[in-house]
Design a protein around this ligand. Structure first.
Ligand SMILES: [Cu+2]
Length: 133
């Protein structure tokens, strides 16, 4: 299963302009695949104080969103690829990822903690966890 996802992911990487992604060799790059209305894997581990490129690749033919407000509270971040960030008074509300899209969120996790995140599109029951060590 992983191999198939990786192949699809590679095809996508070739389609996205390189400038849209950080390409930062110092950054720890972690990729979550979105497939069949699920975050795969449903638990990832990041590291506090480490520059991170967190990628979400949407392999579905519908929009998905990543709602992870708490993870980005008080943290500088930027969104690359074709993810669309939505902001509210308290900061980032969610990042929308188009069908066949790739969003890359570049940031440095501040503190060790476990965060849950989800997709808030109507009818999507998608939840997963980000552990910051
Ligand atoms: Cu969704």
């Amino acid at each position: 299963m992983n191999g198939a996802f990786r192949l699809i992911g590679l095809a996508w990487l070739l389609a996205v302009p390189a400038a849209a992604l950080s390409g930062d060799l110092d950054a720890e790059t972690i990729t979550v695949e979105i497939h069949g209305r699920a975050f795969i894997p449903n638990r990832i581990v990041l590291h506090a104080g480490r520059k991170t490129a967190l990628q979400f690749r949407n392999h579905d033919t519908e929009l998905h969103a990543v709602v992870a407000k708490e993870l980005f509270l008080g943290v500088n971040f930027s969104v690359g690829g074709n993810g669309a960030p939505e902001f509210g008074p308290d900061g980032l509300i969610r990042v929308i990822i188009p069908a066949d899209g790739l969003a890359e969120i570049q940031f440095t996790p501040a503190s060790a903690k476990t965060f849950s995140y989800w997709c808030d599109m109507p009818g999507h029951d998608m939840r997963a966890v980000i552990v910051v060590e």
